[in-house]
Design a binder for this molecule. Sequence first.
Ligand code: F6P
Length: 349
Amino acid sequence: MKKIGVLTSGGDAPGMNAAVMAVAKSAALYGMPLVGIKRGYNGLLRKSTSLYDDMEELRLDTVLDIADRPGTYLRTARCMEFLDPAWREVAANTLRAMGIEGLVVIGGDGSFHGAEYLCELGIHCIGIPGTIDNDLAYTEMTLGYDTAVNVCVNAVRAIRATSRSHDRPHVVEVMGRHCGDIALTTAVSTGAEIVLVPEVPWSVEEVADRLNQQIAKGNYRATIVVAEGCWESMAPFDMYTFLNSHGKRCYEGEPISSLRFASILKRMCGMVEVRSTVVGYTQRGEQPTARDSAFAFEAGHLAVRLLRDGISNQVIGMRDGQVYYTSIDTALQAERPFRRALYDLVNSL
Ligand code: F6P
């Protein structure tokens, strides 16, 4: 294989740049020219007027400069056109026209589906899991997850200081889409009293009970860590009637949020205040931790080695603490084990 490409796709994740650096160093080692594709798969659709908007020859000194930075130098996007076979054909033709024989795709499950489609069209692809969500079952970690958790842990520690000072509970919402891993690890690492995730059904009344138990024990500043997807697994609750009948204006059909949840808990638990914070995009904006950077380094190197050896249709992951690879198909079919016992432990102490 002569020339290869690399792209980042989906939500940006700390460590993506470090992985691009590792790909660039390894490509240089094997004498394979490397092209950076911009804005995920969009860069292959040739919609822009200048080629430079879509691609860039990645030189070593450029990538060495960006390796530690959060975000992604190559930019990223979610490319809806890739659901259409005609656009995938355009992408494959672009790669062929550029003489790019293999592609490293850094992203989450949607990006891996895209890589699988390109493999069907004869393009060699290797995936590196890049998403803060940790929602890919075949791997023990995804790039960016460790960094995101550390951001959340620091946020909870800071929030706890003010919670303690005011003796008031706090709801802290973290990202993760349909996956509760960021929330659970944050809760465990900070000694939070309650954690809520999309994987486990729960009800507002049950959480209020648990908070009341904490208050009865003299703990007025419990931390309730909630995954952004936890509202999916919440038992039906008539927030409109409850809040309006407890002196808080609420609009019919308004979706539940951390802010509203805090208002409900305040009223159910007889507290003066329950506050809430959404950690939000700061989770994606930190420099990668050593753990994420180290994974990026090994994964980036292995991806290029596989392409050099003519191996395709694989994704790289971590198993028993070792970097390994498996087929995209196997990876996408793997079932996610949620750490239920740990979840129960947090909620029972
Ligand atoms: O997949 C990563 C992630 O940060 C999720 O945790 C979150 O739900 C989503 O991306 C946000 O997406 P966007 O950047 O499109 O708002």
